[in-house]
Design a protein around this ligand. Structure first.
Ligand SMILES: C[S@@+](CC[C@H](N)C(=O)[O-])C[C@H]1O[C@@H](n2cnc3c(N)ncnc32)[C@H](O)[C@@H]1O
Length: 233
């Protein structure tokens, strides 16, 4: 298992794997990767608990590393940034929330949202064992981006989500993300067709008018894909 994952997350994943057939999980993981490669959304790729577990074991370490790298770069660019509230959109197993919890210890309020029931269940099982009480008490809503009714948060993260949004829904998705970001929006989409989608998001069009800055981390090296990470501040 990935040495860069925080110990409590690694422990949680190992507990979930206990008693599971390695061979069956490997088969699930292969099928999962095939479905993603064929352009499937998570709704097509992750249909039950074992699919969710396969995601957590095969993709989560890389998506965690990518989010952690983006947040490290964001913290370097804004050393005084100390968010107290977080929204993790399309949170899946809670990857970005875990990375944010470890990067920004002042976060006291975690709000996660996703429409995939097996991934939500997996996230709930994982955060039960987290060391940070604030993350343990996270709210995790069932829903899509358009159901996002939470109050704006200091930090909003969309990790590997935008690439799954239908083209006709992208403008609304960008507005929902941007309008919920009180201070910083981090969009992580390296190495998927979503990279170009992120570059075309309407929020990139009005960043300057609103006086915000866009930071592109061309040199960030995500574990899996090698594409740039994008952070909008
Ligand atoms: C590839 S997974 C990424 C999960 C997690 N953010 C990560 O980085 O590991 C994509 C997630 O986005 C969710 N998703 C896709 N479209 C969504 C939408 N319109 N609103 C909310 N969640 C969405 C899926 O259910 C899935 O959990």
């Amino acid at each position: 298992m990935d040495a860069d994952l925080p110990a409590d997350l690694r422990r949680g994943l190992e507990q979930l794997m206990e008693g599971q057939s390695q061979r069956a999980l490997a088969q699930r993981a292969a099928a999962l990767s095939r479905r993603y490669r064929e352009g499937g959304r998570s709704a097509d790729a992750i249909r039950d608990r074992d699919d969710a577990l396969a995601y957590a074991l095969t993709r989560l370490p890389a998506t965690y590393a990518a989010v952690a790298a983006a947040l490290a770069a964001a913290a370097q660019a804004r050393p005084a940034f100390a968010p107290r509230t977080l929204i993790d959109v399309g949170a899946g197993p809670g990857t970005a929330a875990w990375a944010a919890a470890h990067r920004f210890p002042a976060i006291a309020d975690f709000c996660l949202i996703d429409d995939n029931a097996p991934l939500r269940a997996l996230a709930r099982a994982l955060i039960k064992g987290v060391d940070r009480p604030a993350l343990r008490n996270a709210t995790y809503a069932a829903g899509t981006l358009k159901d996002l009714v939470a109050e704006p948060a200091d930090l909003v993260i969309a990790s590997y989500v935008i690439g799954e949004v239908a083209p006709s829904a992208l403008a609304d998705a960008a507005d929902a993300l941007w309008s919920h970001a009180a201070d910083m929006l981090v969009v992580v989409e390296p190495g998927t067709p979503g990279v170009q989608v992120v570059r075309n998001l309407p929020v990139f069009g009005y960043i300057d008018q609103e006086g915000h800055a866009e930071i592109l981390f061309e040199d960030a090296q995500p574990v899996e894909f090698g594409e740039p990470l994008l952070v909008i501040e």
